[in-house]
Write a protein that binds this ligand. Structure first.
Ligand code: 5AD
Ligand code: SF4
Length: 454
């Protein structure tokens, strides 16, 4: 069956007959990687379709960080196997799950044709040309020098600056799936940012599992702080970056943000827990005091900075006392926003191997308390913006009828009446109302939209 499809497009244009449906689970790095693979496939003549039914090649970019996306993948692959038995269909799995034994077991069980680890994405062309099952789980140098063309017709986009992670947080599967840190060459990064700007992008997000480590151990590479300044000189309207690690968030980075006006007034600084005891068991390499000192340094230098975090609730051995420490840290920092996760045991991680998972009811109940705390703070922070003027990057229509959606320089979500912001672009607006989740604004009456798309 699989050979039939491959013969169908194995003409002068190798992927000419391929109708590809791409599915992406997980983080922004995965979105970027999907774009990278899409651009490779497009270059080979493939076309893209919106549903699995229309496709003869379904390629899934996967996420292994928690159990849920892995389970979703499992049921998706079950469905695809059924489809495969009805009509010719190539199935590919790429990204973090592909790198793990559980992904490889799934590939065997569900008759997956192509398996590409997160370090082998540039092999997609070879994979579709092969006439046999194609697995590549290597970490290839050419991924690091690969510069995908800019995405078309979007105002916000991503640029990868560093792949992998040299930390070893005990709950985290990423060091196993994505390997050690490798920084991209600064020339490639700057070239890609410039190309995106030329294509109309107004906001670039620099990506990596730990962007703060950028350039470490590479002679002649700038540090992350220096890179921020270099990217700032290109003149993209906004620069964001994720994700940071508190240990590597040094003062020079704080200064670079403060001194580079293009850099968004937004810092995402994952804390994971407010308890020193838990931080130690997580091997986060810092204490609560260290983290709070970083927050203090950020707030002291970057005016009106928005701060968000990642938190894991119910890490093995977390007591009610430990959880109280997390709640009190939330009161001390007053995050604008946070991504709150229930601990998910990941096979192969140290915490999976050595610690016992807490009962689900305890984890869920703690999460609910933390959500309430965050909601209160988000409302508090958002409320302070009512009556103020903000610069909104509008992406398009919101799911709320009659509204366009966007976000400001602090990454706060903003809704504007769609008739006041009919096209994507940059607008200035006055905030009229706040909820815990967003700001409702009206377009500023005296100022015109900024930017070529508006
Ligand atoms: N369980 C729950 N959350 C996790 N994260 C990473 N690993 C796990 C896990 N095993 C969260 C962390 C990280 C974010 C990307 O995902 O908070 O910062
Ligand atoms: Fe995972 Fe920790 Fe690395 Fe983040 S810093 S990717 S949580 S090991």
């Amino acid at each position: 069956m699989e050979q039939d499809i491959r013969q169908a497009y194995a003409t002068t244009e190798p992927a000419g007959g391929l109708r590809v449906h791409l599915i992406t689970f997980g983080c922004q790095m995965n979105e970027y990687d999907t774009h990278l693979v899409r651009s490779e496939l497009a270059g080979l003549g493939a076309s893209f379709v919106e549903t699995t039914e229309e496709a003869n090649f379904v390629l899934v970019n996967t996420c292994a960080v928690r159990g849920k996306p892995v389970e979703k993948l499992r049921s998706l692959l079950g469905e695809l196997r059924k489809q495969k038995h009805r009509q010719p269909l190539l199935v590919g799995v790429m990204g973090c799950v592909a790198q793990l034994p559980e992904g490889q077991d799934m590939a065997r069980k569900f008759e997956v044709d192509i398996l590409l680890g997160p370090g082998a994405l540039t092999q997609i062309g070879r994979a579709i040309e092969a006439d046999h099952k194609f697995w590549d789980l290597s970490f290839r140098d050419d991924l690091n020098t690969f510069t995908p063309p800019p995405p078309q017709g979007v105002l916000s986009s991503f640029v990868s600056i560093i792949r992998g992670c040299n930390h070893h947080c005990t709950y985290c599967i990423v060091p196993r799936t994505r390997g050690p840190e490798i920084s991209r060459h600064p020339d490639d990064i700057l070239k890609e940012v410039q190309a995106q700007k030329d294509a109309g992008v107004l906001e670039v997000t620099l990506l990596g599992q730990n962007v703060n480590s950028y350039g470490k151990g590479r002679s002649g590479y700038p540090s992350f702080a220096e890179l921020l300044k270099l990217v700032g000189q290109i003149g993209v309207n906004r620069i964001k970056f994720i994700t940071s690690h508190p240990v590597n968030f040094t003062d020079d980075i704080v200064r670079a943000i403060a001194e580079t006006p293009q850099v968004a007034r937004y810092v995402h600084l994952p804390v994971q827990s407010g308890s020193d005891r838990v931080l130690k068991r997580m091997a986060r390499e810092y204490t609560r005091d260290w983290y709070l000192n970083r927050i203090q340094a950020i707030r002291a230098s970057i005016s009106e900075v928005v701060i968000s975090t990642d938190i894991i609730v119910g890490f093995p051995g977390e007591t009610e006392e430990d959880f109280q420490e997390t709640l009190s840290l939330y009161e001390q920092v007053g995050y604008d926003h946070s991504y709150m996760f229930i601990y998910s045991p990941r096979p192969g991680t140290p915490s999976y191997l050595h610690f016992e998972d807490l009962p689900r009811e305890i984890k869920v109940e703690r999460l609910q308390r933390l959500i309430e705390t965050q909601k209160r703070w988000s409302y508090e922070r958002n409320r302070a913006w009512v009556g103020r003027t903000v610069e909104v990057l509008v992406h398009g229509r919101a799911k709320e009828t009659g509204y366009a959606e966007g976000h400001d320089r602090g990454n706060r979500p903003i809704l504007l009446p769609v008739n006041e912001a009919p096209k994507p672009g940059l607008y200035t607006a006055i905030v009229k109302q706040a909820t815990p989740h967003l700001l409702l604004a009206e377009r500023h009456t005296t100022l015109e939209p900024i930017g070529s798309q508006a």
